[in-house]
Ligand binder design. Structure first.
Ligand code: PLP
Length: 377
């Protein structure tokens, strides 16, 4: 009998989500309406701050940058190892991503390197909360303050993570989340911007609906405006009622997801911490809701073989992420000299991690790692 494949990641969908979607389909009002307002209220309670829902996390970042007036001629500091979405959101505004190195322990932005890359055009920094961990976020905030930079947090991995007792999104200025199918919660696709800045929130409310002024209020009661003005470039980035209905159910299940994910992460850490062939992320496990489970191989030459071996053993793995500064579209003069990035990405491998993973799956994965390393001594 062949073993069922252990997936790297997956959506966690129960009958509750299915029923919620059917309820919206039955109402025959599928677009942005009161269900989105309901989801936003739940998120507002969660963060203690206004949350604006949009069609995906990339749109959330793009709108947040635009609402902070970041555009052509501006530079944004960001680590090269992140999902390409972070970088595309920056270039979508016309601004230029300036690639920074990462810390080897947390794989978050290396502020010492960021310091070297500041110019008179630097307007913002976008810390990426890699795998759900925030690294030394105080250091990022201090650096931004000293240099008068806007901070837009890419918290696509970090929904539910807390830092010094406060949820990511609840502190800070503007924070963006993704609700894509495999993130900590999903609304199918989807995302949100959380901000304490009323001006930013109002701009995003209009910009997500093609710049139509004050359409959001009408939409919340399942109506829309017919006579209106448009003063700025907008996008069709709103969330639909169908998506919001999934997100609402996921929020009701989130405590359970957190418990399972923390247990699974603990299991991996306990079983892998004594492997001399592997390094684990330096992550504050008690306060982090991990989105992915990357490991770093001491010997990068083994990485691709290990990936193949695990797949033969029916274990899917991933690579988070191939550095963006190596991609043709983003290559620029800031792309040189990222020693940690160049070293780390060759050592990276992401193991399966999602709330449907079982203790037995982790035991099996760990055993396969053991066997592989024994053979490749
Ligand atoms: C998923 C992700 C995004 C974008 O979110 P989407 O909902 O997929 O558009 C942005 N940044 C990072 C680091 C991500 O992992």
């Amino acid at each position: 009998m062949t073993r069922e494949i252990i997936k790297l990641s997956k959506s966690i969908i129960s009958d509750l989500e299915k029923k919620a979607v059917l309820r919206i389909l039955d109402k025959e009002y599928l677009g942005m309406g009161e269900e989105v307002a309901n989801f936003e209220k739940i998120l507002e309670n969660f963060f203690g701050k206004t949350a604006i829902c949009v069609v995906n996390g990339t749109a959330a970042l793009h709108l947040a940058l635009q609402a902070h007036n970041i555009g052509p001629d501006d530079e944004v500091l960001i680590q090269s190892i992140t999902y390409v979405a972070s970088i595309q959101a920056i270039t979508a505004t016309g601004a230029k991503p300036i690639f920074c190195d990462i810390r080897k322990d947390t794989l978050t932005i290396d502020i010492e390197d960021a310091k070297k890359k500041i110019t008179c055009k630097t307007k913002a920094i976008m810390p990426v909360h890699y795998a759900g961990g925030v690294g030394n976020l105080d250091e990022v905030y201090n650096f931004a303050k000293q240099n008068n930079l806007i901070i837009i947090e890419d918290a696509a991995h970090a929904f539910g993570t807390t830092y010094k007792g406060t949820k990511v999104g609840s502190f800070g200025h503007t924070t963006c989340f993704s609700f894509d199918g495999i993130k900590n919660i999903t609304s199918g696709e989807g995302g949100c911007v959380v901000s304490s800045d009323k001006n930013v929130i109002n701009k995003i409310k209009d910009a997500r609906l093609l710049g139509v002024e004050n359409d959001t209020q009408a939409r919340y009661s399942n109506k829309r405006s017919w006579e209106f003005d448009v003063k700025n470039q907008g996008w069709r980035y709103h969330m639909s009622n169908i998506m919001a209905s999934i997100g609402i159910v996921q929020m009701s299940r989130f405590e359970e997801f957190i418990l399972i994910k923390k247990e699974l992460a603990k299991l991996y850490f306990d079983k892998l911490k004594n492997f001399e062939e592997i390094k684990l992320l330096n992550i504050d496990r008690d306060n982090t809701v991990m989105h992915i489970f990357p490991i770093l191989l001491e010997n990068s030459f083994l990485r691709n073989n290990l990936k193949e071996y695990l797949l033969e053993k029916r274990i899917q793995t991933g690579l988070h992420y191939y550095p963006n500064h190596l991609l043709s579209f983003f290559k620029n003069e800031s792309s040189n000299g990222l020693p940690n990035t160049s070293e780390i990405y060759q050592k990276l491998l992401t193991l399966p991690f999602h709330p449907d993973l079982k203790t037995d799956d982790i035991n099996y994965i760990v055993n396969q790692l053991k066997l592989f390393f024994e053979r490749n001594k």
